[in-house]
Design a protein around this ligand. Sequence first.
Ligand SMILES: [Zn+2]
Length: 326
Amino acid sequence: METNSNICGRIFGAALLISVATALASTAFGYGNEGHQTVGAVADKLIANSPNTVAHVRALIGNETLEHASTWADDCKYHFNPHDPDMVAFVSANPHVQHDSGPHDHHAYHYTDIPIQETHYRADSVGAKPIDVVHMVRNCIAIIEGHSNATNNPTGITQKTALRLLVHYVGDIHQPLHVGAAYFGPNAQLVNPNTTTGAQADVGGNVITFHATKLHTYWDTPAVQNAMAAAHVHTPGAFARTIIRNPPPGWETSSFISGWAVKWANEVLPIAAEAHNKLTFQVNPNGWSAQTSNLAAYDQWAAAQVRTEIARAGYRLAAILKKIWP
Ligand SMILES: [Zn+2]
């Protein structure tokens, strides 16, 4: 589990800026460390019987496991290490700007904010960006494959960094609130900004108070911990072992790996919608608050979703690496 005191950059809409500033004491991680590490640990185990895959992974990141590599992208945000030349190079070329608004802002690489009413990811939707997580999963795959060019890699991300980023972003794209976002009308009603003017963004659930935290944070960390508790495990490695003993249904993805990120976003969007539709919302001084009449049922449902999505992410990460280096 991880806590963080940085002010989140993920906020847009001038009207919201002041009112939500204090709401952002904790911020977006994608899955907390345990979720990302579990994704990496599952993939570590699944590639272990593919010597060519392992050899190429080792050639890029040495003895670093995928489990360990899984949190490097968040370290770039929250635990910047000036003695890590790869981190210095990546953050310098992809600098964070307030509101995640830079053209190559690495904070914006972790998510997209597709309205939950949409059934499919669309690059022209409100909330989508050319540098969002859907694009970045695809770009990292291309870079690792050696197909880097000015369009998919304008900032010169290395193959080593692209692998570390991919491990993380494959986890993020399986966190429902990293793909689907809520937008509100004036009475806290859920609206689709693609069809409604004046909608206000929930910033991926970072300005929705829920369960003594933010709705986004709930899905990053407590929901993962609930899933681990339900599996009677305490570490990502142990969680990965239980997942491999009982693989997730429907993890296989058809066709070319360059199209997988869009398919995964489409798959997780309905979960993001349900994550909001199970709640009721009210305006509060910091944005909005969410309630459920049955928190235990919500906890149980969310933990089950998280377990399946983390498991799929681990299997899919391994599948990408095995496809690149069969
Ligand atoms: Zn992330």
